[in-house]
Write a protein that binds this ligand. Sequence first.
Ligand code: ATP
Ligand code: MG
Length: 365
Amino acid sequence: MRAKNNKKKGPLLAIDLGSHSIKVVQGQELGNRLKVTQWAVEKLGPGVYENGLILDAPALKSILTEMIKANHFKVKNVALSIECTEIIKREMIIPKVDEEDQMDLIQYEVSQYLPIDINAYVLEYKVLENFIEDGNSKLRILLGAMPKDIVSSHHEWLESCGLNPVFMDMHSNALEKLVSSAANENLYAASKTTAYVDFGHGIIDISLFEKEHYKFNRLLKMGGSGFDDVLVHHLEIPLGEAENRKKKTSILAIQKAYMNLENNPEAAGDVKNSVVRETMHYMNECMDEMDKVFKYYTSRSAENKIDQIYVYGGGSQFKELPELFRERFGIPTDVMKNLPNIDFVKNNTEALPLFINAMGTLIRN
Ligand SMILES: Nc1ncnc2c1ncn2[C@@H]1O[C@H](COP(=O)(O)OP(=O)(O)OP(=O)(O)O)[C@@H](O)[C@H]1O
Ligand SMILES: [Mg+2]
């Protein structure tokens, strides 16, 4: 848990860069609270940014600079958060050594046990737990290794926008900070095991917490884009229109229509029914993969049980998604739209589920 810290830290522009859209939050950490003064989201369009790769640098630059102008963001110091499959996360147990020697030891362990060129990565770690095993003091640490070329390309992009990149984070770490800061104030449901699910465009990002303690994180390479693809393919409509249709559709209504088709083998093989079948197959595939991650956790110990799911990210806006998850997993599920330790200067918090990663990125410790 973070130490209580009432020291004032400077304001930041926290940015969550995703494959579908960029989210920007301007705010400041004040003790264990976050004061948010401005936020905005902007769509990127296909072929601009994907899985840690800036595919169209001029487009990404103009989108961010326009956003800054249009929303009157004033702060130049940026904390950026991304998530991609190239980032390596590992939990490790190391002997307890003085803080200044920890990094050397971790580097040694990584070079011994991970098949990576350590010089090509920026390493960061945090201590998750101090414990004693067989009479020896040990540390359970979480290592994050981000490829240097990913760090530098994002750095260059932010500088090209006239900004000052000061921190680079990954979403799972941002979430961890957000959850533990909320727990510090006893404001967030912290009494149980929770699965946090960022349902994005190309990534479903799952983090498991016992109370406010981070346990593990897994990325699934799936998300909202899979639905758009089905609609574009079967209905032969442009991507934008597909997305609009998706946003109007209740996922429970699709499930109901799908069940009807399953119970009625003579149902017409028309386009509408193909869309129902394909979208539900895709959703089932997403849920099956999520279930494997949950089972990985619950099978590790007889006591392990997930008590609550919180969904966030753009996909959490799917109509009646929590109801579908509740039914499929048998676990209470809610959209993460309430963070009581955040003070909003503008108080429309409707869009909060989109900004969870960016909110966590505002927190520095
Ligand atoms: N109301 C809605 N109903 C259904 N889907 C929605 C809704 N609003 C947004 N989405 C979908 O959410 C996805 C975007 O989510 P998000 O902004 O979290 O993705 P991202 O962070 O850019 O991508 P990723 O994290 O996967 O790289 C898109 O597929 C978008 O169509
Ligand atoms: Mg995302």
